[in-house]
Design a protein around this ligand. Structure first.
Ligand SMILES: [Zn+2]
Length: 222
């Protein structure tokens, strides 16, 4: 079984793994229709004057077969539009996810409480959700898991602090993904680091991430 790279911005990585490529709506161009992808308005793009147009564009893109999720979307306290505008754009995109029955891939920086509050609104309850590039505290990981989130870990676990390693061990296996995001690092290195921290074999980890992929995206990764 191939390794699953849950989230990358590099569309041209080697095909010995299954990569889910993430695009920003504003800069999205027609790509390989067979490439598994997610598309969304990144929190950093929320300052754009075109956000209303971009929500419309997202609505039509999200109906395409290879767009398997909405993302990355989310909240960032340090970058992007003022938070009230980020809340509105997040909610507009959650609505698109809901209407198209797509899961969401979330970027969150220092806004955990706000994020959990918005996603807990009853109308969004049925949306499957994953935090990508998780590098927060173990308590935050536990809180997210309790609220139904999947967590995806990236390159930082290859040089993990004891705290980040602990966060990884606190996530149930059926909620885990691994990714390379902006890094050019081979995804195998992230899995190797995770097998060390979790004391699992690569085969075990690949098997659970395939199951998770199926549960999260509602399609087989094969
Ligand atoms: Zn990313």
């Amino acid at each position: 079984m191939k390794l699953i790279n849950f989230h990358t911005h590099k569309p041209h990585l080697s095909s010995d793994a299954i990569h889910v490529v993430s695009y920003d709506v504003e800069t999205f161009n027609r790509t390989d229709p067979n490439q598994l992808s997610t598309v969304g308005i990144h929190p950093w793009s929320t300052e754009s004057d075109h956000t209303l147009n971009n929500v419309e564009k997202l609505k039509s893109l999200s109906q395409e077969k290879n767009i398997i999720g909405i993302g990355e979307i989310g909240l960032d306290r340090l970058k992007g539009a003022p938070l009230p505008k980020q809340f509105d754009i997040l909610k507009a995109q959650l609505q698109v996810a809901l209407e198209n029955r797509k899961p969401v891939v979330i970027h969150c920086v220092r806004c955990w409480n706000e994020l959990i509050l918005i996603l807990s609104e009853s109308k969004y309850k049925e949306i499957k959700k994953a935090i990508h590039g998780f590098r927060g505290k173990p308590e935050v990981a536990v809180q997210l898991v309790e609220n139904g989130y999947y967590l995806s870990f990236g390159a930082p676990i290859t040089f993990a602090s004891p705290e980040l390693a602990e966060a990884l061990t606190r996530v149930p296996l059926n909620r885990l993904f691994f990714e390379t995001d902006e890094s050019e690092m081979p995804i195998t290195e992230v899995y190797d680091a995770a097998t060390d921290i979790l004391d699992l074999t690569l085969e075990e980890l690949v098997k659970v991430t395939h199951e998770n992929f199926g549960n999260f995206f509602g399609i087989s990764p094969l």
